[in-house]
Design a protein around this ligand. Structure first.
Ligand code: BGC
Length: 889
């Protein structure tokens, strides 16, 4: 086929959602090569994209037109232009050609190049301030002779910053610049501040809290992990309507002092004394008594343009107020990450204290034991008589409940939920109310734990980027939210934290020092642990599969290789990895001793070698996709290790859910044994009456291992079981997020102590850990039946699987090509009717639950093998329905 720009237009087809490889909500993107993506909508059934053409201009309105390209691709499209440079603003548009000809040009996409740290002229500045003491404010005033036409503030900090210009917040980002591996990467924000500036005198003020940089973090109670000096770096560039440029840089001309925030800690909360508030964010404030700023010697190349959306307020929930023993008990109805926005009425000098908890003790008191040493308490001193709205800065808490004490009257309370502001990507609802609630709980656990880094939990003195939890949950995270930029940024840190030998950390950003991590009283090595370190290969591939862009694989390839090379070196002359003094193993297997969660029943060395196979195989796949050398070599390695694993642990695989799931899902079992292994797993599940017997590593895999090998009945039995341990048990116990332990609240209502045999008096119990929520990806693929088979959903299997206890489901996923949706129901006569929406560019293969007695029609005619874009009605009479003993509510 040849395409040319003169082919007649196709008015029934449009290019929509043109964007670059970066999240479309970033105000500026890292300088470099831009690649484009788009969706197409078309009213013409069966039409396809046969080619595309890109145009761009650099602000002068003169379009540069690329040659027409014959291709059906709509992801990772080279823009045909030079690399985008800092401050450059470039506009793109695209059109595609179908069988009917060219479409109109798309809406325009504007991208702007951010500044890199190397280009900053501003210096990092500070004033002397104490760790956990009053929070420093740095300010200065400047004059503009005319109104601004364009103004950009490039800003970051050692610490967490808030910036105000002329009395207004200049960003809705929270805890910016967010947490990254600060020793090598600190994000640099670009803010459009033109609306806040005016002719004449202007004031800019930047407040910097300890945040993750200097505050207490981790279970070893470390402070000043990255440094003992906190302060901002900011470069304001203004061009006014007369064309005059003004640049304001952080330097020694700034002055600093303190205001209302007397201390702020991520774990402990914030103390705000409003009697000490200062109006330093407006021009005319007298800062003569303040200190001159000092320059903090700092390598500014560490500042890198932000490529991930910031943490923001994402939802507010009204809280109920109840009097309880002289205090006011608050309930937001939902476990969240964030804080309480409190309206009170009182007198100047009144003290108000707000404490937080995820659950209540049976007597209604806050359960704070789970917080360990985190105080999670905000205190305020009122600044004036009358009503005041109170909110803490530079902290967040994991909570549903709170308790307010103090003299002031509580007028109202709102729970403010914060999260890295990723766009929700999907929806699911079914006839099974408890499953729907569980889905909702998983969505909340992701929201609550995606606060700048993928944390284990948002409440206790931890909130760390545990790599094992992240890899377990990655596929589900990618289905629920548009997590691509989030992972891309975190994976850079994962590589930063790899040691010289390629070993991957258990926590990213890594703040663990040798001796911090104790298990059974012994210091254990946190580098290169199986199932945790494998986040290096699993998360990039899950991200590629979900969004279809090879960027993440290309960027991470070196990290993936270093990890697999490391494993090879550990194996030495042997095929298998050797025994290690410590592995987390199938962490929190419900059959492990509660205080020794690493003592799972599946042998840790077996599990470790399964992950070795997986990482080698994923590396091989990445190399093949990228056309890089090594694919065959690593595929052979994976096969060799797989054979040795099976030989040594094949019998054990037959006995445990996790062992079987690993061998089935990681292709370790030889083909001839697959049926027998799957049957053994199914038999195990039947014998256990659907009891889940997997920890963090087996849980994401076990239902896939069943359903992909013909044991859907057992998969449903596990999914819908109500007794502990099970996913729905916690729903029945009122959970609004996913628990860390299957029995965090026991059937008799008592709360698990979480006692741990790690260090003296240690506990580990959280009501908001997403790892076990990893089952939700299976629900989308198998219950709803939206099962991507090619990266980015380019080819998707439509495979709804109704059950007696689940007769209706609907789901929608925003694929890179557009919305893919299904809404199916089984009628009393046993017919399944499914309404399907397939986006342009996606091929939907039908894998329907038909029996020998079924007739299958699509849009009233005989069913084709696959469908293209449009809406379709699929009817399967006498549908196959999974029998189930689970209740249908
Ligand atoms: C975290 C986990 C983590 C584990 C590994 C816990 O304290 O909360 O989710 O993966 O430690 O040891």
């Amino acid at each position: 086929m040849t395409v040319s720009s003169t082919t007649p237009s196709d008015p029934h087809t449009h290019v929509t959602e043109l964007r670059s490889q970066y999240d479309p909500r970033l105000s500026a993107v890292p300088p470099g090569q831009i690649r484009l993506r788009w969706c197409v909508v078309s009213g013409t059934p069966g039409s396809t994209q046969r080619g595309y053409q890109v145009q761009w201009h650099g602000g002068d309105g003169v379009w540069h037109t690329g040659d027409p390209v014959v291709s059906d691709a709509a992801i990772d499209i080279p823009d045909g232009a030079e690399a985008l440079s800092s401050r450059e603003v470039r506009t793109y548009r695209v059109r595609v050609t179908t069988e009917a000809g060219w479409t109109a040009w798309s809406d325009e996409l504007v991208v702007e190049g951010a500044l890199t740290g190397a280009e900053l002229q501003a210096q990092v500045i500070d004033i002397e301030s104490e760790t956990e003491g009053p929070v420093p404010i740095l300010r200065r005033e400047f004059t503009l002779s005319a109104a601004p036409r364009r103004a950009r503030l490039y800003i970051s900090a050692l610490g967490a910053y808030e910036v105000r210009i002329n009395g207004e917040r200049a960003t809705d980002g929270i805890l910016n610049p967010g947490w990254t591996s600060y020793q090598e990467r600190i994000l640099l924000d670009t803010l459009d501040v033109a609306p806040l500036l005016r002719p004449g005198a202007n004031a800019i003020e930047i407040t910097v809290g300890d945040g993750w940089y200097r505050g207490r973090m981790g279970f070893a109670e470390r402070r000043e992990i990255y440094g003992d000096r906190i302060g901002p770096v900011a470069q304001l560039e203004v061009t006014d309507v007369d064309g005059v440029d003004t640049v304001v840089l952080t330097d020694e001309s700034w002055r600093g002092g303190f205001g209302a925030v007397r201390s702020a800690s991520i774990y402990d909360g914030t103390h705000t004394d409003l009697t000490a508030a200062v109006a330093s964010d407006v021009a005319g404030f007298d800062d003569a008594g303040w200190m001159p700023a000092r320059i903090v010697p700092f390598d500014r190349t560490v500042f890198v343009p932000r490529a991930v959306v910031p943490v923001r307020e994402v939802q507010t929930l009204p809280m109920t107020l109840t009097d309880r023993e002289g205090a006011v008990a608050l309930d937001g109805g939902q476990n969240i990450s964030g804080w309480v926005r409190l309206e009170v009425e009182g007198s100047r000098g009144d003290v108000v204290t707000v404490r937080h908890a995820e659950v209540l003790e049976p007597d209604g008191a806050l359960h704070t034991a789970a917080l360990r040493t985190a105080k999670a308490t905000d205190t305020y001193v009122l600044g004036h008589d009358g009503r005041e709205v109170l909110e803490p800065a530079f902290t967040f808490h994991g909570f549903r409940y709170a308790e307010v004490t103090g003299q002031a009257r509580v007028v109202s309370a709102t729970a403010v939920a914060i999260s890295s502001d990723l766009r929700p990507r999907s929806e699911f609802a079914s006839s099974h109310a408890a499953l729907d609630r569980f889905h909702e709980n998983v969505v909340w656990s992701q929201r609550d734990n995606f606060v700048s880094v993928p944390t284990d939990c948002p409440q206790r003195d931890e909130r760390l980027g545990w790599t094992g939890d992240a890899q377990a949950f990655a596929a589900t995270a990618n289905t629920l939210f548009d997590s691509e930029s989030f992972w891309a940024s975190w994976l850079r840190d994962l590589e930063v934290e790899q040691d010289a030998d390629g070993a991957v950390a258990s926590i990213v950003p890594n703040i663990v020092r040798h001796g911090d991590l104790l298990m059974g009283g012994e210091a254990v090595d946190d580098m290169g642990r199986a199932g945790w370190a494998d986040a290096a290969t699993i998360v990039p591939m899950a991200t590629y599969d979900a969004y279809g862009s090879v960027d993440v694989l290309r960027t991470q390839l070196n990290s993936m290789r270093r990890w697999v090379d490391h494993l090879r070196r550990r194996a030495g002359d042997d095929v298998l990895l050797p025994e290690e003094p410590f592995q987390y193993g199938d962490w929190l297997d419900p059959d492990a001793p509660g205080d020794r969660p690493w003592e799972a029943k599946t042998t840790p060395l077996f599990v470790a070698n399964c992950f070795y196979v997986r990482s080698a195989a994923l590396l091989a796949r990445a190399e093949a996709i990228l056309g890089e050398e090594g694919a065959q070599h690593h595929a052979d390695l994976a096969d060799r290790v797989a054979r040795a694993v099976w030989q040594r642990w094949g019998n054990e695989a037959m006995r445990t859910q996790t062992g079987a799931a690993l061998c089935l899902e990681f292709d370790i079992v030889p083909d001839v044994e697959r049926v027998a292994l799957a049957a053994a797993l199914a038999e195990n599940v039947r014998a256990e009456n659907g009891r889940i017997a997997t920890g963090f590593l087996g849980t994401p895999l076990v239902l896939f291992a069943l359903s992909r090998n013909g044991h859907l009945t057992e998969a449903y039995r596990m999914l819908l079981r109500r007794e502990a341990p099970s996913w729905l048990y916690q729903v029945d116990r009122g959970a609004t997020t996913v628990w860390e332990r299957w029995d965090a609240i026991r059937p008799d209502g008592t709360i698990h102590t979480g006692a741990m045999d790690s260090k003296e008096g240690d506990t580990m119990i959280s009501f908001n850990h997403y790892a076990y929520g990893a089952v939700i990806d299976w629900v989308y693929r198998t219950v709803a039946g939206l099962d991507p088979v090619e990266p980015g959903y380019r080819v998707v299997r439509i495979a709804p699987r109704p059950a007696e206890s689940l007769r209706q489901a609907r789901a929608r996923v925003q694929t890179p090509f557009g919305a893919l949706a299904i809404d199916w129901t089984v009628s009393d006569d046993g017919a399944l009717t499914a309404d399907l929406t397939v986006p342009f560019g996606v091929r939907a293969q039908l894998d329907l639950p038909a029996t020998d007695a079924s007739t299958v029609t699509v849009d009233g005619a005989a069913a084709p093998a696959s469908l293209t874009h449009g809406t379709h009605r699929v009817v399967v009479t006498a549908a196959a329905i999974v029998p189930s003993d689970a209740p249908s509510t």
